[in-house]
Design a protein. Structure first.
Length: 208
């Protein structure tokens, strides 16, 4: 399957803190941003480089800089917003698009309500961001929307994933590699990841 579990000690430590029911909204947001930045190091590990000449204060040398396609970050509203700053602090030149998809609480099916992308999205490498990959329906719908805009190189970054969501994304979009800090046990009857971390959007914004 197209999935990579990032088991860096700092990420796993911060994930334990963010799961804790006693972690408040302020600390939750800070931890989520920190984890997103750490995960971005891994998701960008294979970006192509090219050589350039740089003049230092004492000599001239050959150095390597990023080459090839530019990046775009696309958070799935609203919870995905909590991870954006961590990524763009690391990659400030990245463009940011937005996809609005919510899960119908009765049917658990995705409902699309917003879509805004950079004009050159087809020429960029896309990182889709959502803290939770639960049923996978919202993520699949978001990737559908992005591909309809012409994008071809897409990766998914999520904090916690359920096996059911991983299977659905791999089935519908086998070309999309998933990066996550944990694949949890299962989904309960309400579509929540177990053990998970609750509703990420509510914990980010202090809502219920």
């Amino acid at each position: 399957m197209q999935i990579r579990v990032i088991d860096h000690p700092l990420i796993q430590h911060k994930l334990s803190l963010i799961r804790d029911v006693n972690t408040g909204a302020k600390e939750f947001r800070e931890l989520l941003e920190e984890i997103a930045m750490l995960m971005a190091y891994e998701i960008t590990r294979n970006l192509p480089l090219e050589e350039t000449e740089v003049t230092t204060p004492v000599a001239t040398c050959r150095c390597r800089v990023l080459a090839g396609k530019k990046l775009a970050v696309v958070p799935i509203l609203r919870a995905g917003l909590g991870m954006v700053n961590g990524v763009i602090r690391l990659i400030p030149a990245a463009r940011v698009g937005h996809v609005g998809v919510y899960r119908n609480p009765d049917t658990l099916q995705p409902v699309e309500y917003y879509c805004k992308f950079p004009s050159d999205i087809a020429e960029r490498e896309i990182v889709v961001i959502d803290p939770m990959l639960a049923t996978g329906g919202s993520v699949v719908a978001a990737i559908d929307m992005i591909k309809r805009s012409g994008a071809k190189s897409i990766k998914l970054m999520c904090l916690v994933a359920a096996p059911e969501g991983v299977l659905l994304v791999n089935d519908r979009h086998p070309d999309v590699e998933i990066y996550t800090a944990s694949v949890d046990e299962y989904l309960n009857d309400h579509g929540y990841i177990i053990p998970g971390l609750g509703d990420a959007g509510d914990r980010i914004f202090g809502t219920k």
